[in-house]
Design a protein around this ligand. Sequence first.
Ligand code: MN
Length: 235
Amino acid sequence: MSDATNSTDWVIPAPRQPALPVQGESARFPVRRIYCVGRNYADHAIEMGHDPNRESPFFFQKNPDAVEVPDGRFPYPVMSTDVHHEIELVVALAMGGRDIPLESALDCVYGYAVGIDMTRRDLQAEAKKQGRPWEVDKAFEASAPCSAIVPAERIGHPAAGLIWLDVNGERRQSGDLNQLIWKVPEVIATLSALFTLAPGDLIFTGTPAGVGPVQRGDRISGGVEGVAELSLTVV
Ligand code: MN
């Protein structure tokens, strides 16, 4: 007899749970959803042709399994010849909810990581021109490489510090967390008015200026001061 409540019965193999390592722990962090903030640093909004004084940050999503980039080897995606790096502080949630008040937003945070919002910029430019959604530009395989998550109980809640990215040893992106237009508590509070947040959600908080293309063979390294660093090879 079938039982709809028996979650171990599947008609096809159940998908694997995407996850990230946690610094200093053998247990891993299961990834439920990936939210991303667009244009959350004024200098990046300006380099993309927007006025940060007139336009608020906004949200888009990536697929949870996009965090999985085995052995730090980022596979250059198909259908693009202009893949860009965007170094970002990533927030990992231990709790969620709806309409989370600003004052308690940081209580939801499990920890922080550094991630790269990989972007098929050529497809994104076309999508913007046509008024189309961003999934094909932003949510492709391996598009969200991430460091291990560092628990907030170890590093607190970083609100300032260098955020940087090098390609082949050359500095491409450089900014400071204190330049975020929407700070982490505001991002959590605002997102929770739009979506029901939950444990396992990741939030990519936006990138500073200096985004640019990567090529096969490039060595990418980046980090957030006091949080973590991340290295990748483009293959
Ligand atoms: Mn981004």
